[in-house]
Structures are given as C-alpha cells and as structure tokens.
Write a protein that binds this ligand. Sequence first.
Ligand code: NAD
Length: 490
Amino acid sequence: MSQKLISSFINGEWVQSAGERLPVVNPATEETIAYVVEASAEETAKAIENANDTFLSGVWSGKTVKEKQEVFAKICELTLANIEELAQLECSNAGLPYAYLKNRQLPRIVRNFKFFSDYLSQNVERSGISDEEYLRFVVREPIGVVALISPWNAPLALASTKIAAALAFGNSCVVKTAEQTPLAVARFMEILVEAGVPAGVVNMVNGRGQVTGEALSTHPLVQGISFTGGTATGKHIASRATPFLKRVDLELGGKSANIIMDDADLDLAVKGSLSAIYTNNGQQCFAGSRILVQRNIADEFIARFVEGSKALPMGDPLAETTQLGPLANERHYANVKRIVEKAVADGAQLLCGGEKPENMQGQKGYYLAPTAFLVKDNAIEICQEEIFGPVVTIQVFDSYDEALEIANDSRYGLVCYLWTTNLDRMTKASLKIKAGVVLVNTTMILDSRFPFSGHKESGMGREGIEGFKHFYTEEKTVTIAIRNPDAGAK
Ligand code: NAD
C-alpha cells in the first residue's frame, strides 16, 4: 500500500491542512503505511460548525423515515460491495485477522444499519389524554451535533455502530476514531456520502486525544459525546463535558470473569473460553480474561485450555487461516509485555506463551503468543488491571459462592461468563453478578434490541435500542387543552 495522508473529512471532502503528521503503522510489519494529519482545535471547530449547519438546515434531520431507509439500504449495499477493501484496510492497520473481519466483524455494519432501518419504520411514540382535559404527546427530536469517539480495537465496527444510531435519530456528527487506526473508518466516510448521506452530516477529525479529542468533546455546539475507550479517558471526558451539561455515554473497559463449574459441558466450556479471550487478538472489552474453574475439573480444563491456546493459528493477519494477529501498536505491546513480566514477579505461574512465538522470533510485528497464567490471588495486578491482549489468568475455586465473590471482586463490571448445566446456578448468577451482561453457556452475542453496557467502572449509559433512543434524542411534551380553552393559563 502506498503511503497516504488521512486528514479531516469536512462537508464531504478531505481538507488540506498543515497539522502535525502522525505515523499510521501496520502492526504486523511495523511499517508506516499512512500518516494522520492531526486536526487542530480550529479545524475540529470547523467540522463541528459544519455539522451544526447541516443539522439546522434539516438536510438530514428533516428527512422522512422512507428517505432515511433508502440511504441506509444504499449504505448496506455499498458496504457489502466494498467489504474486501474495508477488511484489508482494517487488517493492515489494526492487525485483526482478515477472514474474521470480512466474515464476522464488518458484516455487523450491515446488520446495524438494517436494524435501525427496520426500527424506524415500526416505532411510534404514544400519546395520551390526562384528566380528560388535555391531549398530551411526546415529540422526540434529534439532539443536534454529537461527537462519536472510539478506540483502535475494532475501529470501523465501533465507529459505524455509533454513526448508524446517530443518523437513525436524525443527528449530525463528528467522528473521531483512534489516531492509530483511521484507515477503514476514513474509507467508510466516502461510502456514506456515495450512499446519499448529505455532505457535512457525518464529518471525521483525526488526531491525538489531548489535542483533537479534547477540542471535540469541549466544543459548546456538541450536545452529546458517545465515547468508547479506556476508563481513565472516559472519566476525564465526563469531567470536561459536565460543566457544559453535555450528555455523555461511556462504554469503557472490562476485566470479565469466566466461571467454569464442574457440571459444565467441558467441550463447550473449553471452546467458549478460548474464543472469549482470544477473539479480536484478545483486544476486546468483553474478553473473558479471568477464568475461574472448579477444583475437581481444574486439571483437565487447564490441560485442554493450554493445548487449545498453543494450537491457535497465529501469524500474518492477512492469511485466511490466521486466527490471532499482532497487538495493535508498539506502545500497547510494550505495556502488555510489562504486565506479563510483573505477573511472574507477583507469583503467577506461566502456563503458556508470555513472549513472541518461537517460530516468529526475529520477525517484525507486535506478536505475543497466547498467554495463560495460573494464579492464586485475585488481588495481583494481572487479575485487576485490564490487559487487552491474548493474556488470561486461571484461578481455581472450591464453591460456587466463592466463584461469585471472586468474579465480583473487580472495579469493572462489563460481562460475566458462566458455564454450567445447573439451573439454580444460572439463576443465582443472573441475580448476584455485578455486570452489565451475564452470558450463560455462550460467548458474546451482540443484539441491539438489548442493552449493552458496563456496571461500576465499565461504563455509564447504555447501548442497545432504548439507550440509543435516550442518548440520541430529546423528549418534548406537548400539552393541548381539550375541553377548557382557559386551562393553559393556569
Ligand atoms: P483510549 O481511551 O486511550 O482512547 C479511545 C479514544 O479516545 C481514542 O480515539 C483517543 O484518541 C480518544 N481520546 C483519548 N484521550 C482523549 C481526550 N482527552 N478527549 C477526547 N478523546 C480522547 O482507549 P484505547 O486504548 O484506544 O482503547 C482501549 C479501551 O477501550 C479498553 O479499555 C477497552 O476495554 C475499551 N473498549 C470498550 C468497549 C465497550 O463497549 N465497553 C469496546 C471497545 C473498547
């Protein structure tokens, strides 16, 4: 791929600007494949003002459901027509396996736009009569300009989910994905315009959080910030946005427990546990990164899990057979390796991995072999801090209550996995677990009809249709007097 510049996309065009150039690196080869031209505060303000102009003009916010549906159908069509290019861009930039992107992660874009298209045609607000005197109804309006800020672990899947929701409810937006991974999202901007989203309704700015992100999340015209990323960044954004009374949706980090009971279907539990930690190169907010296994099946489970970890095809993410690619960038790679080293110092027992795979030593790329530790103490750093890589801890427990206690012993509360065939245990987990999502005998199934978000420090606000509706719209109650013309004067 020839090197290219990714600048800001404002009013349907890539702008020429003189901002600082930040290298965009392929994590599998360590080569620079593009440069981000960082958007300054002034340039970011231009994107926001542009979005605001389009919002006020009604060019998108005033579209009928049918008109929006036609555009959404075209977005789906063009996404599918370009899915190989999008997957290739994402793969070369984020290091995610090409086959996984093409067949699983990116088709979600189509499912999302289709979901909102169907929803729009079937959802109406209710009206009511109060005290026989007033006809009341709620008008639901878009909120205006929204900032959509997302991370590098699933750049296009995450950004496009926010874009679909923002557009469905009639908003204009400014998108900022991570400065390390703009390529596929940038291409998607062009697809949106080609599909008929009017120029300026979706804009994109690129750059570091403390420059472009800060300018975006503190601009007075931005009415809401939908943020997916780290907990520390989320807290910072909330503290900066609150004085402006902006609404904030925060989808943050996780350290999810994965409990395997002695009555579990072990084949399913081993397969599910491998998938829960290693999918998306281990860089997923809902990774099952703390395995808790009951003592009487622990030896067998551990042996099979380690064998499965070692057998995972790791390598060039472009190869169709690869299931595990490199970590997304050099800084992240260094941090994951630091946590792995610290775990050994903290007394964790390395079961597999811990370094670049033997057959890749000397090769370029931020590769870390699937890594599992046996731990005894949930208080050590590797059990408490989100690692965001192919690294899992395994802890043995005796009783179910003990497992639930360890599972809840975390500042995070995104997801909890449970493998059991016992109905009482399923029921108890669904009541006792402090997490936004409890998954019993399954890995994550995203479904926009249901809420997805974290408890505790894993988030604030909800994705899923009800959460989207509340975040992306404003309610207005209209009261019309029916019988008594003077009622309004009360
Ligand atoms: P990050 O918080 O460092 O960055 C996320 C985004 O925020 C990037 O675009 C970044 O440039 C921007 N940003 C950084 N500082 C900012 C600031 N001061 N103002 C405005 N924007 C700023 O996160 P990351 O390291 O890129 O992503 C990994 C994290 O994302 C993990 O913690 C992971 O769990 C989380 N995540 C959560 C979910 C979820 O749905 N809960 C999904 C995916 C990832």
